[in-house]
Design a protein around this ligand. Sequence first.
Ligand code: C2E
Ligand code: CA
Ligand code: CA
Ligand code: CA
Length: 280
Amino acid sequence: KRAGGARHAVFDPAMKVRATYRGLVETELRQALDRGELFVVYQPIVWLGDHDGAGVGVEALVRWQHPLRGMVPPPAFIEIAEQTGLIGALGGFVLETACRQFMAWRQTLGPLAPQGLSVNLSRAQLCEPHLVVQVQRTLEGSGMPPGALQLEVTESLAAQDDAVRQRLQALKALGLTLALDDFGTGYSSLSSLHQLPVDLVKIDRSFVSQLETSAHHRALVKATVEVAQSLGMGTVAEGIETPGQARVLQALQCQKGQGYWFGRPMPAAALAEWLAARQG
Ligand code: C2E
Ligand code: CA
Ligand code: CA
Ligand code: CA
């Protein structure tokens, strides 16, 4: 401010408010990491066909319990974490926590333990040069079997450029698998699916929510499943909220499903109970 008016003339007030807000969240997020206000919840991913209830996977999702503002949803801080460079620390925290939890479940739950763990990777994380080393160290440090770890990336990201593609290949070389998140919402399409180094496609919730009412959306999901299958890729439908949606997806041969109908994202202890209850 002391620098005088000339400098500020290029900013409009809304930009200034946004910048101030970003700065505030950045400071608070930094503290949150230090103070342990961030934690990880886990949402079940289940087979839609008949698999005797076996082989449940989980997706790790970050949560921020703010001392004053309560639960802050990820969309309110992931983007700011990306813009401010905090995403490396945040992503590292989630990966580390989830891998350790996965191994703890193996110890305590035995055959009931989740078979696979999915962790989200944001654009900015994929651009960090030491991401591959970070992932490798976490796998080694936690004892997590690479084959049980899946990293989720978005369409726009996976399609991007050669550098990103190389990094994705380097991650795969560690022995883990890659999932294409939010499929259908980005720019690439079914025809370019074969160019992406992914093992599994996650069909976005926006398609699932209209399955029962829209023949168009059913056709799109059917085509997606068929193309993915023909490329040897797995399929997971996101955001299943009704038994009707689950039935349609099963009829369309979608392999797995995830959504409130099966289970909400929950803390580790609650997930253990969910697994036990499911076993009957
Ligand atoms: P996403 O990766 O697509 O995660 C799925 C989101 O859908 C989660 O929201 C989940 O709670 C929600 N969801 C699951 N089932 C249902 C359902 O049946 N109905 C509805 N309406 N929603 C459902 P959440 O946890 O708020 O996360 C939002 C987004 O934030 C995630 O979308 C992901 O892009 C990002 N995110 C969350 N955790 C992390 C993280 O640890 N790292 C990174 N980089 N991004 C994360
Ligand atoms: Ca995801
Ligand atoms: Ca998604
Ligand atoms: Ca999403």
